[in-house]
Design a protein around this ligand. Sequence first.
Ligand SMILES: CC(C)(COP(=O)(O)OP(=O)(O)OC[C@H]1O[C@@H](n2cnc3c(N)ncnc32)[C@H](O)[C@@H]1OP(=O)(O)O)[C@@H](O)C(=O)NCCC(=O)NCCS
Length: 169
Amino acid sequence: MQLRQLRSDEGLAYRDVRLRSLREAPEAFASTYDEEAAEPDEHWVDLVAHTADAMEAAMFTVERPDGSHAATTFVRVSSTPPHDAYIGAMWLDPDLRGPRAASEASWADQLLAAAEHFARALGSRAITLWVAESNPAAHRFYERNGYRPTGQSEPQPSGITAQLLHKSL
Ligand SMILES: CC(C)(COP(=O)(O)OP(=O)(O)OC[C@H]1O[C@@H](n2cnc3c(N)ncnc32)[C@H](O)[C@@H]1OP(=O)(O)O)[C@@H](O)C(=O)NCCC(=O)NCCS
């Protein structure tokens, strides 16, 4: 099992894992399975190629030994000072959630740490993300990792209401 950055030629593999995440956790995301499943192949190929080639953005995955993807997340850093960062599309296959053996950081903690590390390396001092109000597991996960509510909350296109969380890096 390996946590790594997504490569530019992995657009269609990303589509598969992203659509799986939208089916598995529809209550967690601002867009829906139906919306994203309707996107043509070029959308995914371009999205991943542009992100992987961009200086200020990255997508991370956990790759299983058989080469399949078991996680998604992306991070984008504003090109203008103070280079605030934004994290989105955070998802892990259910069998990789929760604590691992005593000395190992959970996959979720590692995924988030990888995105934060990327942001810090580009000079970010703050990071934000949206989380659905009705997603207590995610709220506990982010709170444990130092994210706090900003008080801002907005309805999303998928029908959920999401709260904006913030962390100083
Ligand atoms: C959000 C997410 C990445 C967090 O990863 P995680 O491994 O579950 O994180 P944690 O181990 O901190 O668990 C968070 C909570 O989920 C629950 N949980 C975690 N693993 C679990 C498992 N294997 N079985 C049952 N509950 C579990 C626990 O209640 C835990 O709360 P606690 O800290 O009070 O015990 C992951 O739950 C996920 O992919 N969820 C679906 C998508 C999603 O909600 N994304 C967030 C978008 S903003």
